[in-house]
Design a protein around this ligand. Structure first.
Ligand code: SAH
Length: 573
């Protein structure tokens, strides 16, 4: 819950705006502000105070206990110009809240915690449990001191500004000095040394089986024992896995809740098909599979670290087994939009900052280089190396990296998504981020040319035989569909566009509007509205898209407009 506090009329108006935008997430605290702040501080996870920072500092100072548990506090000034993250930037989520409040009120978010302002990801914001001296290691990263990354598990992490090759080699050889700052990625129980933080990736799956009514304590105790004996950290447990029939078993659900993990279940048939070292007859009779714990832990693959064991209670009512799953790399296929920064989506921006490896065409990398986190490994290549880029991106993801593969416009439109996904098997996670494709960017500049059915056709016959392209142009011509030509003309390919226009002209009047947009949303953007008869193909190049209207498309006040349909205006409401 977010507590909202104000003292003045302007502040109260701000409170009301936030409260009405986020009902259910917020509570307005009325009354004297001192009292209101104290109550909100005790009852809420976050506070937004429409008060001067000085006043809020004095009010919350005596209430502060620990940054891990204190609420995050954001102050908004009387003029509503700034949303200041005051306390609990990371742990309390105040930095994020300042951004959200800023967005809502049109205020500038003010974030002063070092890691957020210089592009180093906060170690406590990676989404993994973290142990050790986070403050000291973060400070070392910010100060540019060498920090070694000891990754015992290759897990997809954003780039950490860690000392490169030499330290990594020393790390691999086990040569550390305890004076060295380091980040260790492991699921083993280790005591972080001085100057070290330990990141806990969600690498462990615990398979559990239980008789009806097994107590929570017995299940939980067994899981803890199994992990302890194997030297594994409970903080790396990603999930408990069991058979469908046990989906509602209170002992398993309770243990998962206490561990802070989810329960996943599989059908008995699925589990019966898993090859396990210790099958037995009891579960076969009870739920229809010779193994529950081992099979449920292994069903998605991985390495069996703890074979089935039973609890020590008499009679034993629970079994468990522990598997380390293979790290899954992450491939984000990200469309950058046509060029302008404000047509790059926030989601695309997030994915770029989440990646530790960026793969793309050099000119597209230039478009977003400033957004990348320091330490991002950039694998750029020139025109034409598509297959190789696709293979590289997938290979890096298979190594467990967080990879972003970029393309202009939408990365799935005549771009990298298909060659990459043709390479990828289901051993990596794939995330697609849509982008504004050239046809849409051009359409918005021209007016409303795509108001009815439309297609895109690439005129590049490098990878597609011309007969196929021509057949599609002809079909679009006959079906009276608006056509946008991508890759319309290059130095070596100059007859394809005139040929395609001739085919369209067999079915459309010479006066049919044609929009030509070059470098949509880039600094040297230009556009022209002409007609089928009037278009001079020599003015078209590879930076251009050409949109040809259908038989109903009109030029209206200098804009290209394709009606929604001939009967649109007359349709009953
Ligand atoms: N994935 C891209 C298309 C790649 S094919 C997208 O979704 O937009 C390359 C062709 O796209 C170019 O030859 C040109 O025809 C068109 N194109 C890409 N960006 C453009 C822009 N900003 N302005 C005009 N045309 C563009």
């Amino acid at each position: 819950m977010i507590g909202l506090i104000s003292a003045t009329a302007a502040g109260s108006a701000g409170c009301q705006r936030v409260a009405s935008a986020w009902p259910g997430r917020t509570r307005v605290y009325e009354g004297p502000v001192g009292d209101a702040v104290r109550r909100a501080f005790a009852e809420c996870e976050q506070l937004v105070c429409f008060l001067a920072t000085g006043a809020v500092v004095r009010l919350v100072a005596p209430l502060l206990i620990d940054k891990a548990s204190d609420p995050g506090v954001v102050c908004v000034d009387e003029g509503g110009r700034f949303a200041v993250s005051l306390v609990g930037g990371h742990g309390g989520g105040a930095n994020e809240l300042a951004r959200e409040v800023g967005e809502l009120l049109g205020a500038e978010p003010v974030v002063t915690t070092a890691t957020d302002s210089v592009g180093v990801p906060g170690l406590d914001t990676l989404g993994f449990p973290v142990e050790g001296d986070v403050a000291a290691v973060s400070r070392a990263m910010l100060d540019g001191e060498p920090v070694a990354l000891k990754a015992e598990l290759a897990w997809p992490l954003p780039p950490l500004p860690v000392a490169a090759a030499a330290a990594a080699a020393a790390a691999a050889a086990g040569q550390y000095s305890s004076r060295q700052y380091s980040i260790r990625v492991t699921d083993k129980v280790v005591e972080p040394s001085e100057r070290e933080v330990v990141l806990r990736p969600p690498s462990l799956v615990v398979g559990v089986g239980s008789s009806k009514g097994a107590p929570v304590d017995e299940v939980l105790g067994l899981v803890h024992e199994a992990l302890r004996d194997a030297g594994l950290s409970a903080k790396s447990v990603a999930e408990l896995a069991t058979v469908d029939a046990k989906a509602g078993e209170p002992g398993i659900l309770g243990a998962a809740e206490r561990l802070g993990v989810t329960v996943v279940t599989y059908s008995a048939e699925e589990l019966a098909a898993v090859d396990v070292p210790n099958p037995s007859d009891a579960p076969l009779a009870a739920v229809g599979t010779p193994s529950v714990a081992e099979a449920a832990a292994l069903v998605r693959g991985g390495e069996l670290l703890v074979p089935k064991r039973k609890s020590t209670a008499q009679p034993a009512m629970a079994t468990c087994a522990v598997v380390r799953r293979a790290a899954r790399g992450r491939l984000a296929v990200v469309g950058l939009g046509p060029g302008a920064r404000d047509l790059l989506t926030p989601r695309a921006k997030d994915e770029l900052r989440r990646a530790s490896v960026l793969v793309g065409l050099d000119q597209y990398v230039d478009q977003i280089r400033d957004l990348l986190r320091p330490g991002t490994r950039i694998l750029e290549s020139g025109l034409g190396a598509e297959e190789e880029r696709a293979r590289t991106a997938v290979a890096e993801a298979r190594l467990g990296q967080a990879v972003a593969l970029i393309g202009s416009g939408d990365a799935g439109v005549y771009a990298m998504a298909s060659p990459a996904l043709a390479e990828a098997s289901d051993d990596i996670d794939v995330v697609g981020v849509p982008g504004v494709t050239a046809a849409l960017a051009a359409g918005a500049i021209l007016g409303a040319p795509l108001g009815h059915d439309h297609v895109s056709i690439s005129l590049s016959d490098l990878h597609t035989p011309w007969e196929v392209i021509e057949r599609r142009v002809r079909a679009a011509a006959e079906a009276d569909i608006v056509v946008t030509f991508y890759n319309p003309r290059s130095r070596g390919r100059d007859w394809q566009l005139p040929k395609a226009l001739t085919i369209l002209a067999e079915h459309r009047k010479p006066t049919t509007p044609v929009g030509v947009v070059r470098n949509a949303s880039r600094p040297d953007e230009s556009s022209r509205l002409t007609t089928l008869a009037g278009l001079d193909p020599a003015t078209v190049d590879m930076m251009t898209v050409v949109t040809v209207g259908n038989t109903a498309t009109r030029e209206i006040a200098g804009r290209m407009v394709t009606p929604r349909g001939y009967r649109w205006q007359e349709e009953p409401k």
